[in-house]
Design a protein around this ligand. Sequence first.
Ligand code: SF4
Ligand code: SF4
Length: 224
Amino acid sequence: MIIAERKPFDEIKQMIQDYPKVLIVGCGTCVAVCLAGGEKEVGILAAELRMALELEGKKIEIGETTVERQCDREFLEAVASQVEQYDAVISMACGVGVQFLAEMYPEKPVYPAVNTTFLGANEDIGFYTERCSACSTCYLALTGGICPVTMCSKGLLNGPCGGPVNGMCEVDRTRPCAWCQIYERLKQQGRLDLLKGVVPAREFRHKPAQFIHPAYKKKFERPQ
Ligand code: SF4
Ligand code: SF4
């Protein structure tokens, strides 16, 4: 899932303090799980803003709503009438959701309330770890299910470098060396022969990426 964290309160307040009516839109998916931008976080931010602005003598109406996913047009269409009533919008979704919301309602200024940080796993409540960099060429079949692009500090496709000491990474001695872990995993599975091959350099990935599911090629593909 996408991991994000809420921006500092003062930064958010600064962005919206000149609008009479502001709507906060949460997202009920990834950012809700990582406690950054779900319904509960929308309520907390709204309450904090109301209190802080009132103490400053500012009269700003703060509205609240949360959609299931902000990266999905159908859920954003459902808040059209609410967005219409406000002067600006705070999105508590990841950067994808913020951009999609801004694109759907281009006449409204849309401000981000969270910083999107990485693609990660939900280890426990409040604890998330990065696992994938969305490199578009997955190497996990060759590396025992441990991502070399993300888990190795240098993103080496052929490792380890010369730096690990007692299985720990030379860039950060508190972290295990991903390539030592890959070696141990492959050894455990009797697949060490995979390390004899050399993985060629990754193709440069053009951005922004686009993917059309094969079943929908006729519908969406445009002639070059
Ligand atoms: S190799 Fe790593 S970064 Fe690339 S897709 Fe697989 S898990 Fe993600
Ligand atoms: S010590 Fe291991 S994890 Fe750290 S940079 Fe070298 S190969 Fe990558």
